[in-house]
Design a protein around this ligand. Sequence first.
Ligand code: ACM
Length: 261
Amino acid sequence: MILSVGQSHFELGDPAANLDHLRFLLDEAARQSADVLVLPELASSGYLFATPAEASAAAEEIPTGPASRLLAEWSRDERLVVCGICEKSGELLFNSAAVFASGAHLLTYRKLHLFNTEKAIFSPGALPPPLFAFQGFRFGLMICFDWFFPEVTRRLALEGAQVILHPANLVLPYCQAAMITRSIENRVFTATANRTGSERGVTFSGMSQVTGPKGELFFRASGDLRGVLSVEIDPARADDKWVTPANHLFDDRRPEFYTPD
Ligand code: ACM
């Protein structure tokens, strides 16, 4: 399976310009024969909204909005794509990631852990991070700051996820290194698609990457790459949870000692 991540800058509050950025990444991913493509958080809209009204003007309904339709169309040829979308649902706004596979909208995940000023703009998600199947393999999904809460990745891994897909707009410097640990401690692949550029004085770090169950770093993009990077993986490698012949990552857990008194 070819796993790809797309990295680009996006324009704050300009969904039409962002459709062009997305088209560029989708074309490039098709050229690289991507089976599964991860695109950044809030790629349809930009990130650093000052007010809910500003975000609302750049938001769309999923799956009827223009970015959703573009992504669904790209996925028609037996592909899967996940992309961060500024989602409008009634009066509410969500920082969401929508998954499209084989031409259809598969699901939408609404970010659970809102970062900093996002709390003034978006409602937090109310459902757990999703697990879903594609081409016989199992995928989990989380958005950016969710990485800071290792329970998210652990839950997905315990449920059987082999590959964690991770749209991001990273501003803190820790995540790319931490995702190697998330891979090792859960024996899963992770694919982080981050963005580049700056908005209102905040710079996004790029360095999108794919990691493997034994801590492999298959690639890490530069801070300012605009493009797609791909790697061929066998997701079934994530099913081996034996750390030594005597240590099984999940069976050796002692959850009765993990909750403070
Ligand atoms: C973030 O969650 N976008 C930092």
